[in-house]
Design a protein around this ligand. Structure first.
Ligand SMILES: *Cc1c(COP(=O)(O)O)cnc(C)c1O
Length: 370
């Protein structure tokens, strides 16, 4: 008798969150590398602290932590609804977008269902699919690493229950242009839930990008996932949210734990939404950093993808493990994309200027020697 006799059947397909060097908290990376300065550009975290308004609101919330938080997430939930121009019955909060992806899976997936996932996308869609014992069906990418939406449509069967899309996409930073999204939605059969993860939408910028929220009337079961972890600098506090048609929200609410979002982040997120300057600062810093990374790739003659996010995809043309190790010697931590079968590509998060410059300088030295 061992633990394998009592865990669920899906257990062999589930993996605990792996902590390779790039996944560790920065203090631990410092200790392992024996360095005082480490530039962690592997997590797409905001280089800015949370908005001072958010910090104040969160600090004030601490004295009331003897009380349970609001279950619906009112008033932050209503504030999001107001900003997005939807009804409060169309918004639901989660303990980070990661939890929302799991809630979607728990609400909709049966073991006999198929889930279409783009081959090069956020890994949690696969983890959530496996959790429920459903079958992942991978769609291929176009040569330029954008989504092949025709391939996705061609993979739809009578068993397809959910299609996960990430827009802008992690780890490529690319978007589905709005006309393609509209055309795609018009072709997806009504009974399929289309999930669009917009974790990076604040960085995306108009006019090519358009949120799925603007298209809720075009597909019956459409659900958009967002987070305060990236542009709003609240990754450590955990707040995700979803916007969808009332039926989809009501269904997920049957599964959502009653107090899944803590009171501290509810207060902090509400205050963050009032700090337009902080968001603006994050975007400007990000645009400047991206430019420096593009210029470095260009000067080295390396292909990269124009990013609508806070990270840049670069094909280093050499073994990415080697690039990772050399960069780590300079205290710069990036993400390799070997898990996706891309042996020479890296994803580098846009940090603050000092961090970006540390990456650019060490990357140039390494690549010129290689
Ligand atoms: C970072 C990220 C998330 C996770 O966000 P949390 O709210 O921190 O759980 C979800 N989706 C994508 C595509 C991400 O990159």
């Amino acid at each position: 008798m061992n633990i394998n006799n009592i865990v669920r059947k899906v257990y062999p397909k589930l993996t605990p969150y792996k902590c390779k060097l790039a996944d560790l908290p920065v203090e631990e990376i410092k200790a392992i590398l024996g360095k005082e300065t480490v530039y962690k550009l592997s997590f797409n975290e905001s280089p800015l602290s949370p908005s001072p308004k958010a910090i104040q609101a969160m600090t004030e919330s601490l004295g009331k932590l003897n009380l349970y938080p609001s279950s619906s997430g009112d008033p932050i939930m209503k504030k999001i609804a107001e900003i997005e121009g939807v009804g409060p019955e169309q918004v639901i909060l989660s303990n980070g977008a990661d939890e929302m992806i799991i809630l979607i899976a728990q609400t909709f997936l049966e073991p006999e269902d198929e889930v279409i996932i783009p081959k090069l996308s956020f890994i949690q869609y696969l983890a959530a699919t496996n959790l429920m014992g459903a079958t992942p069906v991978f769609s291929q990418m176009n040569e330029d690493l954008s989504y092949d939406l025709d391939d996705i449509l061609s993979k739809i069967t009578s068993k397809t229950k959910v299609i996960f899309l990430c827009n802008p996409n992690n780890p490529t930073g690319t978007i589905m242009p709005k006309h393609e999204l509209v055309k795609f939605l018009s072709k997806v059969p009504e009974q399929i839930l289309v999930v669009i993860d917009e974790a990076y939408q604040e960085y995306a910028g108009l006019p090519e990008f358009e949120s799925g929220v603007r298209h809720l009337n075009q597909h019956r079961f459409l659900f958009v996932v967002r987070t305060f972890s990236k542009a709003y600098s609240l990754a450590g506090a955990r707040l995700g949210y979803g916007i969808g048609t009332p039926e989809v929200i009501a269904a997920i609410n049957h599964v959502r734990p009653p107090f899944n979002v803590n009171a501290v982040v509810q207060a902090g997120a509400l205050a963050s939404l009032d700090d337009f300057e902080h968001l603006q600062k994050a975007k400007v810093l990000n645009d400047q950093g991206k430019q420096l990374i593009y210029e470095a790739a260009e000067s080295l003659g390396l292909p990269y993808l124009k990013s609508y996010t806070n990270f840049v995809y670069i094909d280093t043309k050499i073994d990415s493990d080697l690039v990772f190790e050399k960069l780590a010697e300079y205290g710069v931590i990036v993400r390799t994309l070997k898990g996706y079968g891309l042996d020479t590509s890296i994803r580098v998060s846009v940090g603050k200027q000092e961090e970006v410059l540390a990456f650019v300088e060490s990357f140039k030295e390494i690549m010129l020697q290689a």
